[in-house]
Write a protein that binds this ligand. Structure first.
Ligand code: SAM
Length: 204
Protein backbone atom coordinates (compact mmCIF):
# COMPACT_ATOMS: atom_id res chain seq x y z
CA UNK A 1 0.00 0.00 0.00
CA UNK A 2 1.48 3.36 -0.97
CA UNK A 3 1.90 6.12 1.60
CA UNK A 4 -0.55 8.26 -0.37
CA UNK A 5 -3.20 5.53 -0.19
CA UNK A 6 -2.52 4.91 3.52
CA UNK A 7 -2.94 8.56 4.39
CA UNK A 8 -6.15 8.77 2.34
CA UNK A 9 -7.50 5.78 4.26
CA UNK A 10 -6.68 7.25 7.69
CA UNK A 11 -8.23 10.50 6.58
CA UNK A 12 -11.31 8.54 5.55
CA UNK A 13 -11.81 7.15 9.11
CA UNK A 14 -11.18 10.58 10.60
CA UNK A 15 -13.86 12.14 8.37
CA UNK A 16 -16.29 9.29 9.00
CA UNK A 17 -15.83 9.62 12.79
CA UNK A 18 -16.66 13.32 12.55
CA UNK A 19 -19.69 12.60 10.41
CA UNK A 20 -21.01 9.97 12.85
CA UNK A 21 -20.31 12.12 15.93
CA UNK A 22 -17.75 9.65 17.29
CA UNK A 23 -15.14 11.10 19.60
CA UNK A 24 -12.33 9.05 18.10
CA UNK A 25 -11.61 7.18 14.90
CA UNK A 26 -10.97 4.18 17.15
CA UNK A 27 -14.76 3.73 17.36
CA UNK A 28 -14.48 2.02 13.96
CA UNK A 29 -12.00 -0.52 15.33
CA UNK A 30 -14.50 -1.62 17.96
CA UNK A 31 -17.32 -1.68 15.40
CA UNK A 32 -15.22 -3.83 13.04
CA UNK A 33 -14.13 -6.22 15.81
CA UNK A 34 -17.64 -6.49 17.21
CA UNK A 35 -19.17 -7.09 13.76
CA UNK A 36 -16.77 -9.95 13.22
CA UNK A 37 -16.64 -11.55 16.67
CA UNK A 38 -19.73 -10.38 18.60
CA UNK A 39 -18.09 -8.99 21.73
CA UNK A 40 -20.93 -6.87 23.12
CA UNK A 41 -24.14 -8.58 24.25
CA UNK A 42 -27.34 -6.54 23.88
CA UNK A 43 -28.45 -5.42 27.38
CA UNK A 44 -25.08 -6.32 28.88
CA UNK A 45 -22.67 -4.50 31.19
CA UNK A 46 -19.15 -3.69 30.05
CA UNK A 47 -15.91 -2.31 31.51
CA UNK A 48 -13.99 -0.07 29.10
CA UNK A 49 -10.33 0.46 30.12
CA UNK A 50 -8.27 3.35 28.72
CA UNK A 51 -11.56 4.83 27.60
CA UNK A 52 -10.88 8.54 27.00
CA UNK A 53 -11.96 10.42 24.89
CA UNK A 54 -14.82 7.92 24.67
CA UNK A 55 -14.99 6.49 21.15
CA UNK A 56 -15.32 2.89 22.39
CA UNK A 57 -17.65 3.83 25.23
CA UNK A 58 -19.97 5.53 22.72
CA UNK A 59 -20.25 2.25 20.79
CA UNK A 60 -20.51 -0.02 23.86
CA UNK A 61 -23.23 2.25 25.34
CA UNK A 62 -25.42 1.43 22.32
CA UNK A 63 -25.55 -2.15 23.64
CA UNK A 64 -25.75 -1.67 27.39
CA UNK A 65 -24.25 -0.11 30.52
CA UNK A 66 -20.60 0.90 30.54
CA UNK A 67 -18.09 1.54 33.32
CA UNK A 68 -15.28 3.52 31.71
CA UNK A 69 -11.85 4.17 33.26
CA UNK A 70 -9.00 6.42 32.16
CA UNK A 71 -6.18 8.48 33.64
CA UNK A 72 -7.47 11.41 31.60
CA UNK A 73 -10.88 13.00 32.06
CA UNK A 74 -13.76 12.12 29.74
CA UNK A 75 -16.88 14.06 28.85
CA UNK A 76 -20.19 12.54 29.86
CA UNK A 77 -21.89 9.86 27.72
CA UNK A 78 -25.37 8.49 28.39
CA UNK A 79 -25.26 4.99 29.94
CA UNK A 80 -21.58 5.43 30.88
CA UNK A 81 -20.19 5.76 34.43
CA UNK A 82 -16.71 7.23 34.29
CA UNK A 83 -13.88 6.76 36.80
CA UNK A 84 -10.73 8.84 36.43
CA UNK A 85 -8.30 6.23 37.73
CA UNK A 86 -5.15 4.29 36.93
CA UNK A 87 -6.00 0.75 35.84
CA UNK A 88 -2.65 -0.46 37.23
CA UNK A 89 -3.22 0.94 40.73
CA UNK A 90 -3.47 -1.44 43.69
CA UNK A 91 -6.97 -0.46 44.70
CA UNK A 92 -8.66 -0.36 41.27
CA UNK A 93 -10.42 -3.71 41.88
CA UNK A 94 -11.74 -2.49 45.23
CA UNK A 95 -13.01 0.75 43.65
CA UNK A 96 -14.69 -1.15 40.82
CA UNK A 97 -16.32 -3.59 43.26
CA UNK A 98 -18.07 -0.64 44.87
CA UNK A 99 -19.90 0.21 41.66
CA UNK A 100 -20.22 -2.94 39.56
CA UNK A 101 -20.85 -6.67 39.92
CA UNK A 102 -20.14 -9.24 37.21
CA UNK A 103 -19.94 -7.96 33.63
CA UNK A 104 -20.36 -9.38 30.12
CA UNK A 105 -17.19 -7.96 28.60
CA UNK A 106 -13.98 -6.17 29.55
CA UNK A 107 -12.54 -4.16 26.68
CA UNK A 108 -9.20 -2.35 26.80
CA UNK A 109 -7.76 0.09 24.31
CA UNK A 110 -5.30 1.44 26.90
CA UNK A 111 -1.95 2.55 25.47
CA UNK A 112 1.12 3.92 27.21
CA UNK A 113 2.44 7.36 26.31
CA UNK A 114 4.77 6.66 23.42
CA UNK A 115 8.37 7.32 24.53
CA UNK A 116 9.97 6.45 21.21
CA UNK A 117 11.86 3.55 22.80
CA UNK A 118 9.90 0.63 21.36
CA UNK A 119 11.18 -1.98 23.84
CA UNK A 120 10.01 0.19 26.72
CA UNK A 121 6.68 1.11 25.09
CA UNK A 122 5.99 -2.55 24.30
CA UNK A 123 6.73 -3.61 27.89
CA UNK A 124 4.37 -0.90 29.16
CA UNK A 125 1.67 -2.02 26.76
CA UNK A 126 1.98 -5.59 28.09
CA UNK A 127 1.82 -4.27 31.67
CA UNK A 128 -1.46 -2.50 30.84
CA UNK A 129 -2.76 -5.74 29.32
CA UNK A 130 -1.72 -7.76 32.39
CA UNK A 131 -3.78 -5.38 34.51
CA UNK A 132 -6.71 -5.49 32.09
CA UNK A 133 -6.65 -9.29 32.30
CA UNK A 134 -6.60 -9.12 36.11
CA UNK A 135 -9.71 -6.93 36.00
CA UNK A 136 -11.33 -9.30 33.50
CA UNK A 137 -10.64 -12.33 35.73
CA UNK A 138 -12.18 -10.56 38.68
CA UNK A 139 -15.30 -9.17 37.00
CA UNK A 140 -16.20 -11.33 34.00
CA UNK A 141 -19.18 -13.63 34.14
CA UNK A 142 -18.61 -17.23 33.17
CA UNK A 143 -18.57 -17.16 29.33
CA UNK A 144 -17.80 -13.41 29.21
CA UNK A 145 -15.57 -11.72 26.60
CA UNK A 146 -12.26 -9.87 26.72
CA UNK A 147 -10.73 -7.55 24.15
CA UNK A 148 -7.33 -6.01 24.64
CA UNK A 149 -4.96 -3.88 22.59
CA UNK A 150 -1.31 -4.89 22.78
CA UNK A 151 1.90 -3.85 21.02
CA UNK A 152 3.55 -6.80 19.33
CA UNK A 153 7.01 -7.71 20.57
CA UNK A 154 9.03 -9.79 22.97
CA UNK A 155 6.47 -10.29 25.76
CA UNK A 156 3.47 -10.66 23.48
CA UNK A 157 3.49 -14.49 22.90
CA UNK A 158 3.67 -15.19 26.63
CA UNK A 159 0.74 -12.90 27.33
CA UNK A 160 -1.26 -14.47 24.49
CA UNK A 161 -0.66 -17.93 26.01
CA UNK A 162 -1.88 -16.68 29.38
CA UNK A 163 -5.13 -15.47 27.79
CA UNK A 164 -5.54 -18.75 25.90
CA UNK A 165 -5.62 -20.64 29.20
CA UNK A 166 -8.57 -18.61 30.43
CA UNK A 167 -10.87 -18.37 27.41
CA UNK A 168 -12.45 -20.87 25.04
CA UNK A 169 -11.63 -18.92 21.88
CA UNK A 170 -8.68 -16.53 21.49
CA UNK A 171 -7.73 -14.78 18.29
CA UNK A 172 -5.23 -11.98 17.57
CA UNK A 173 -6.85 -9.52 15.18
CA UNK A 174 -5.74 -6.40 13.30
CA UNK A 175 -8.82 -4.32 12.42
CA UNK A 176 -8.87 -2.50 9.06
CA UNK A 177 -9.24 0.82 10.86
CA UNK A 178 -5.81 0.37 12.54
CA UNK A 179 -2.97 2.31 10.95
CA UNK A 180 -1.14 -0.13 8.68
CA UNK A 181 2.31 0.87 9.93
CA UNK A 182 1.17 0.33 13.51
CA UNK A 183 2.43 -2.59 15.59
CA UNK A 184 -0.75 -2.73 17.64
CA UNK A 185 -2.87 -5.82 17.59
CA UNK A 186 -6.09 -6.71 19.38
CA UNK A 187 -6.49 -9.93 21.32
CA UNK A 188 -10.08 -11.09 21.00
CA UNK A 189 -11.01 -13.64 23.69
CA UNK A 190 -14.44 -15.19 24.03
CA UNK A 191 -15.94 -17.55 26.60
CA UNK A 192 -14.25 -16.82 29.94
CA UNK A 193 -13.59 -19.96 31.95
CA UNK A 194 -14.16 -18.95 35.56
CA UNK A 195 -12.09 -21.58 37.39
CA UNK A 196 -13.33 -20.43 40.82
CA UNK A 197 -16.92 -20.91 39.73
CA UNK A 198 -16.17 -24.29 38.13
CA UNK A 199 -14.58 -25.67 41.30
CA UNK A 200 -17.63 -24.42 43.29
CA UNK A 201 -19.88 -26.35 40.91
CA UNK A 202 -17.77 -29.49 41.36
CA UNK A 203 -17.96 -29.20 45.17
CA UNK A 204 -21.76 -28.89 45.17
C1 SAM B 1 -5.83 5.04 22.37
S1 SAM B 1 -6.44 5.87 23.77
C2 SAM B 1 -8.04 5.15 23.98
C3 SAM B 1 -9.07 5.62 22.99
C4 SAM B 1 -10.46 5.18 23.37
N1 SAM B 1 -10.60 3.72 23.32
C5 SAM B 1 -11.49 5.80 22.47
O1 SAM B 1 -12.06 5.07 21.63
O2 SAM B 1 -11.77 6.99 22.59
C6 SAM B 1 -5.54 5.13 25.10
C7 SAM B 1 -5.93 5.61 26.47
O3 SAM B 1 -5.31 4.79 27.46
C8 SAM B 1 -5.20 5.60 28.62
N2 SAM B 1 -4.31 4.99 29.63
C9 SAM B 1 -2.99 4.73 29.51
N3 SAM B 1 -2.51 4.20 30.66
C10 SAM B 1 -3.56 4.11 31.52
C11 SAM B 1 -3.69 3.66 32.87
N4 SAM B 1 -2.64 3.19 33.55
N5 SAM B 1 -4.91 3.72 33.46
C12 SAM B 1 -5.97 4.22 32.77
N6 SAM B 1 -5.90 4.67 31.49
C13 SAM B 1 -4.71 4.62 30.88
C14 SAM B 1 -4.68 6.92 28.07
O4 SAM B 1 -4.90 7.97 28.99
C15 SAM B 1 -5.49 7.05 26.78
O5 SAM B 1 -6.62 7.87 26.95
Amino acid sequence: MTRWYRERKQDYYYREAKKEGFRARSSFKLIQIHNRYGILRKGGTFIDLGASPGGWSQIAARYGKVIAIDLKPMQEIKNVTFLQEDITSNDIIKKLREIVGKVDAVISDASPNISGNYTMDQARSVWLCENALKIAEEFLKQGGNFLCKIFEGEDYPEFLEKVRKKFKMVKPHAPKASRKQSSEIYIVAKGFIDKAKMSDTLKN
